[in-house]
Ligand binder design. Structure first.
Ligand SMILES: [Zn+2]
Length: 485
């Protein structure tokens, strides 16, 4: 997850020695009895939660074509058992064609005026990829320094266990009504993304915690408040029916590759900023990674400049990015002395979270169609689009969440965005309009999700659990005080 350079100061309270190195994993001293009671409950549960997490992570619940369905069902059974054991009632399954079971469950609100919070996670995982790149077998959960390594343990089984743990912290009787939604085919994708608005009663809530993200760095509590949208465009150039000799015809024969390159060169300005009109770009006001952190994560060698101008967050999240993701032209090894008659390029546009990706796609296509390099028209075809998301962050659930994350991590929470999409967020938001959408969790930017040696840190797991429990308590209290009105 790429992030932004300027970040709010980390410490919520005065730091005695301004030159002291910040200790990212330090936790705050308990401030009052209620706080230490909650922390005590979390700490008392941590060992058994980790045991259950290891059990769950040992199941290769890969819901991709070509993988056996039995482990997915085994994970479903274990998750159902854990939910019942944690006090959830009304455990049901949503079955959709070609889709692994979606588990839903409820905990009724303790009083009629208590708010309802929807808790989302998924129990399927990515395939392990090349197992030779793993230091230990991907489905043998292995304790490592400060954490546990296994495929899917961060994305998203630790986050699922955070929800189970939050129910256990309150002995199965949390101070809010709870709706559980545990998906079984998130990684491959399914028809479930569009399902929630067709059955809104099942997803009605005042706030939802989509636990499929985590911290911009271990120790920095992070609320992911925006997701980029995406749109693909294909651009093609045909100038000749077939290749002709570059000695005999070159110099006058229209070269399709040259036309295409001239078109592609107009997409960015001299700084590397996207130069297509009509794409939304705003300053990023949240937190994120520093430039050195970004360089390290992205593997940008020292001396190689980053592209674009302005803050990193603006380039990565609240502004457009346009990447040539593929180019068809003769390969160098097979290059002949010939003028190229046909070439094409695949473009991937990432949009401001609030911009309609179809509108952004139109802007890009208009730009390309107007170009006519050397008078040659381009054939421009729209590809798939995916919506972005921007959360409203000023409501009572966000206030409670910021306070809960601050308490759990002992640092000021930052707002970050993500370049990746979580399509279900839009479906859930459409099913429960007006509900506040919170994205936080036990992952962190170095957890290797989707890559080899995926791991979760116990410090992040504990903090995410404490944050969720504290959030439920503080949100319920805010409701009692009438904050939502
Ligand atoms: Zn995930």
């Amino acid at each position: 997850m790429p992030q932004e350079a300027h970040e709010p100061n980390a410490a919520p309270e005065p730091v005695p020695d301004p030159l002291a190195t910040p200790e990212p994993l330090a936790r705050p001293a308990p401030r009052h009895t209620a706080s230490s009671a909650l922390e005590g409950a979390v700490d008392a549960l941590l060992d058994e939660l980790c045991d259950d997490l290891r059990r769950l992570a040992a199941i290769p619940s890969i819901a991709f074509p070509g993988y056996p369905p039995e482990p997915v069902h085994e994970a479903r059974d274990l998750v159902t058992e854990l939910l019942r054991g944690a006090g959830a009632t009304g455990v049901e399954e949503i079955t959709l064609p070609g889709t692994a079971p979606v588990i839903t469950a409820t905990v009724p609100p303790p009083t009629p005026d208590a708010p309802t919070v929807l808790l989302y996670a998924h129990y399927d995982v990515q395939p392990p990829g090349d197992e030779r790149l793993w230091e230990t077998p991907p489905f043998t959960p292995t304790d490592i320094d400060g954490g546990i390594r296994a495929r899917g343990i961060a994305d998203d089984k630790a986050n699922l266990m955070v929800h189970i743990g939050a129910l256990r912290v309150f002995g199965g009787r949390p101070p809010v009504g709870v709706r559980i939604v545990f998906e079984g085919q998130e990684e491959y994708g399914s028809d479930f993304d569009d399902y929630p608005p067709t059955d809104p009663g099942r997803f009605a809530c005042d706030a939802m915690v989509i636990a499929d993200t985590g911290s911009v760095r271990p120790g920095t509590p992070t609320l992911t408040t925006a997701l980029r949208g995406t749109a693909d465009v294909l651009v093609e150039v045909r100038t000749l029916p077939a290749a002709v000799h570059s000695g005999a015809y070159g110099g006058a024969a229209p070269d399709a590759l040259l036309v295409l390159l001239k078109a592609l060169a107009t997409l960015h300005d001299v700084h590397g900023d996207v130069a297509v009109e009509g794409l939304l770009r705003e300053p990023w006001t949240g937190g994120g990674l520093t430039e050195p952190e970004f360089r390290e994560l992205a593997g940008v060698p020292e001396g190689t400049p980053l592209l674009g101008s302005g803050g990193l967050g603006e380039r990565l999240w609240s502004g457009p990015a346009l990447t040539v993701t593929g180019l068809d032209a003769p390969a160098v090894d097979r290059a002949a002395s010939a003028t190229v008659p046909y070439a094409r390029a695949a473009l991937n546009l990432r949009t401001h979270p609030r911009q309609d990706p179809a509108e952004a796609q139109d802007a890009l296509m208009r730009h390309l169609r107007r170009l006519r390099p050397y008078g040659v028209p381009l054939t421009v075809t729209p590809g798939p689009t995916g919506p972005g998301y921007q959360a409203a962050t000023t409501g009572p659930a966000y206030r409670a969440a910021r306070s809960a994350l601050r308490r759990a991590w002992g640092a000021e929470p930052v707002h970050a965005a993500s370049g990746g999409s979580i399509p279900l967020v839009n479906g859930l938001a459409a099913a429960a309009p007006g509900a506040e959408v919170l994205l936080f969790g036990a992952e962190d930017v170095r957890c290797n999700l989707h890559g080899p040696n995926e791991r979760v840190l116990l410090s992040e797991f504990r903090a995410a659990l404490l944050a969720e429990a504290a959030f439920l308590a503080e949100y319920a209290a805010a409701y009692r005080r009438g904050a939502p009105a």
